[in-house]
Design a protein around this ligand. Structure first.
Ligand SMILES: *Cc1c(COP(=O)(O)O)cnc(C)c1O
Length: 367
């Protein structure tokens, strides 16, 4: 096995799932596992979410759904995003629940001549996809004519639930207008993670958390579920004045211990965190982990870190920690590079093996 891997805690996933479900006042949870479960591995995460009692899973593309079906997932799979009419066939074949926000896609699905449950999406203020709220009555009448489409759910998506409470409340109000137009008997859902935490799931049938399941949001008691781990492939004592890495962006000041870790930007470490990120390790016999700076450029496949002392090649380093540390976590990498934690998470490369732990014991390994 390559001495670099992603360790995923199914216990932390369960903790986050239960915390979000409680925040949503017990509403159903649609586990969002698009983009390979935000980099954590959709098959194992998806199966675990269903075991935990999720109503179903949500993905962004039919290809993502196919990977789940081929791995034996038989539960409900909601296909997010505005369905393109050309995707109708795949929806039927994979037995997906599509999101419908145009009449063209509805007609393409209806024409397949097979009953299909659908969720209608309304645009309450994200401005990305969905039927207009003002047309709710019209949409309802139109769908009564599609003999093969069974409206199972109705949903919308927030633009800014973490930052802008006023706009979010406006979106909730517009969604309630849609609900009044359709009445009871449908599966209504609106809240992403931020909406679930900040607005209690809005009292609807279900919530659709993604990022919260993976714990990549500080401040709510959520736990990051993954650590990126690596063992050094070389540990050297270098003299003062030694240039390290592409472009010579770091030069040793004194005699320094430098370790090379076999992970780089092709594994998902942002290239821009050089000389700012840290990695951690626990020296033998020490209770406290030590933070070590990443020195010099992040290469495609390797990084170099400065150590206080020599370590053996068996020493495990936490390249990404399972917390919200500003320099050593996925969340911290996002802060350092001006983005959101979603991005470093989804960029965790498939070439890293994913090792799944339950109760500290390995229960599955992918890659
Ligand atoms: C990605 C996505 C979610 C999950 O959002 P988080 O912010 O990760 O919780 C929910 N609903 C839709 C429609 C999405 O596209």
């Amino acid at each position: 096995m390559r001495p670099a891997w992603l360790e995923v805690s199914l216990d932390a996933l369960a903790h986050n799932f239960h915390l979000l479900k409680e925040k949503a006042n017990g509403a159903q949870v649609i586990g969002v596992v698009k983009a390979n479960a935000y980099g954590h591995g959709a098959v194992e995460i998806g199966k675990e979410l269903l075991r935990l009692g999720a109503w179903g899973l949500a993905v962004a593309t039919p290809q993502e759904a196919r990977a789940l079906r081929e791995a034996g997932v038989v539960g409900r799979i909601l296909l997010l995003g505005s369905l393109h009419p050309e995707q109708a066939q795949a929806v039927a074949e994979l037995e997906l629940i599509p999101s419908i926000s145009t009449l063209q896609s509805a007609e393409a699905l209806n024409a397949l001549g097979k009953p299909i449950p659908v969720h209608l999406e309304f645009d309450t203020g994200l401005g990305r996809s969905g039927f207009p709220v003002e047309e709710a009555h019209l949409v309802r009448e139109r769908f009564a004519q599609y003999e093969n489409l069974l409206i199972q759910g109705i949903y919308s998506h927030f633009a800014d639930a973490e930052e802008n409470a006023r706009w979010t409340e406006e979106q909730i109000e517009r969604f309630m207008e849609v609900r009044r137009a359709f009445g009871p008997g449908y599966f209504y859902h609106l809240c992403n993670t931020a909406g679930t935490l900040g607005f209690g799931g809005c009292g609807l049938s279900a919530v659709r958390p993604g990022i919260g399941l993976y714990g990549l949001l500080p401040g709510w008691g959520l736990r990051p579920i993954a650590r990126l781990l690596a063992k050094p492939t070389q540990v050297r004592k270098l003299p003062a004045g030694y240039r390290i890495g592409y472009g010579g962006l770091y030069t040793t000041q004194v005699e320094e211990w430098i370790a090379t870790l076999p992970v780089g930007y092709a594994d998902g470490i942002p290239r821009l965190v050089f000389n700012r990120a840290t990695v951690r390790y626990r020296p033998p016999g020490s209770a406290e982990p030590l933070a070590c700076p990443v020195v010099g450029r992040v290469s495609m496949d390797q990084i170099t870190v400065r150590l206080p002392e020599a370590v053996g090649l068996d020493q495990v380093f936490e390249v990404a920690t399972a917390d919200h540390d500003p320099t050593s976590s996925l969340w911290g990498w996002a802060e350092l590079t001006g983005t959101v934690s979603y991005e470093p998470a989804v960029r965790l490369s498939p070439r890293l093996a994913r090792v799944y732990l339950r109760g500290g014991v390995e229960v599955a390994r992918v890659g």
